[in-house]
Design a protein around this ligand. Sequence first.
Ligand SMILES: NC(=O)c1ccc[n+]([C@@H]2O[C@H](COP(=O)([O-])OP(=O)(O)OC[C@H]3O[C@@H](n4cnc5c(N)ncnc54)[C@H](O)[C@@H]3O)[C@@H](O)[C@H]2O)c1
Ligand SMILES: CC(C)[C@H](C(=O)O)[C@@H](O)C(=O)O
Ligand SMILES: [Mg+2]
Length: 372
Amino acid sequence: MSAPKKLLILPGDGIGPEIMHEARRIMDWMAQARGVRFDISEDLVGGASLAVHGQPITQQVIDAARAADAVLFGSVGDPKWASAGFDRRPEIAILKLRQELGLFANLRPAKVFDSLVDASTLKPDVIRGLDIMIVRETVGGIYFGTPRGIETLPDGTRRGINTEVYTTAEIERVARVAFDLARKRDNRVCSVEKCNVMESGLLWKEVVTDLHAREYSDVELSHMLADNCAMQMVRNPRQFDVIVTGNLFGDLLSDLASMLTGSLGMLPSATLGAKGEDGRTPALYEPIHGSAPDIAGQGKANPLAQILSLAMLLRYSFDMQEDAAMIEQAVSNVLDRGLRTPDIMSAGKTEVNTAGMGEAVVAELDRLNRAA
Ligand SMILES: NC(=O)c1ccc[n+]([C@@H]2O[C@H](COP(=O)([O-])OP(=O)(O)OC[C@H]3O[C@@H](n4cnc5c(N)ncnc54)[C@H](O)[C@@H]3O)[C@@H](O)[C@H]2O)c1
Ligand SMILES: CC(C)[C@H](C(=O)O)[C@@H](O)C(=O)O
Ligand SMILES: [Mg+2]
């Protein structure tokens, strides 16, 4: 029998530990009801790590993430550390993990569950059946380009600097992920940049166009300026299948896309690296939202993005298609039955707290498992 898969769990800050608790509930159920064995370890990141180790992520955690078959991440960020200095931000934990593990392709699917069409602030007719995949580049662009920093000018005023940098290789590898995904979906990619203003955007467009002509001419390719894309996503989001874009635009567009599905608390993500010589693909799974300090500790957080991130982990890293599909089905059924955390609550539905939603998903999994 092969060794159990190594799973590193990093709950983080704010609502992170609360929603991770519900994902763990699912893992416990899988072990007990389906005999699924994982080699699970858990560690500190973000403000939780700063409080104990004085740094947002330790080398030990980075090494453990590298050694794991997959990482399930919660969220980081805590206003307590706002004045601790830019080098001691909790958010460094996720940025460092992406960089150190080479996690360059962040897959952010925005799918509308039928029973949540009324939860979106957009009209049901606009979002019913929506299924978009945003592929966001996550180790380059303005997040990491140099020069960067804050400098004091001779006249005593200050200047903040960040630089958008993309190389051909960085653009090509993320575009390849988008084209490959499109082939398994509706076969359409929309590449998003601002080539009208930024040279890095111009290069982005050229590289994607060249790669398409060389290797992916069977896929329909379109290009869109990022500002127009934000508008089109609200006007007519179903026009999109796969969107591929850089780090910052992808961050903004995916938060926007989450509201089409009803709530930021609904969107999971997978961030993948390049396959190594050992045949393993480094991967981290996390909700796209943050630590939500405004609702932390109140039992109000929606755990579904975290639970759906676990489903993505099972599908992409462990090839457990049946288990992943069963979790997604359980989530869908629970929503069909009218259970809602406050962020997706509407008239006539039943409000539950974070634990209530997790328990309901487990009960539904149990029902589906017995019926199978
Ligand atoms: N990957 C990450 O760990 C990550 C992602 C985004 C933001 N952050 C960090 O999180 C902190 C808070 O940032 P923010 O407030 O701008 O963004 P946020 O995503 O934490 O919250 C934005 C809004 O959405 C709500 N929300 C988010 N997740 C929810 C959930 N699961 N259920 C119900 N409501 C939910 C929050 O209550 C809040 O009103 C900051 O420190 C930020 O840097 C971390
Ligand atoms: C916390 C922050 C560094 C992060 C990002 O900007 O990538 C977050 O907003 C996200 O979407 O994962
Ligand atoms: Mg974000």
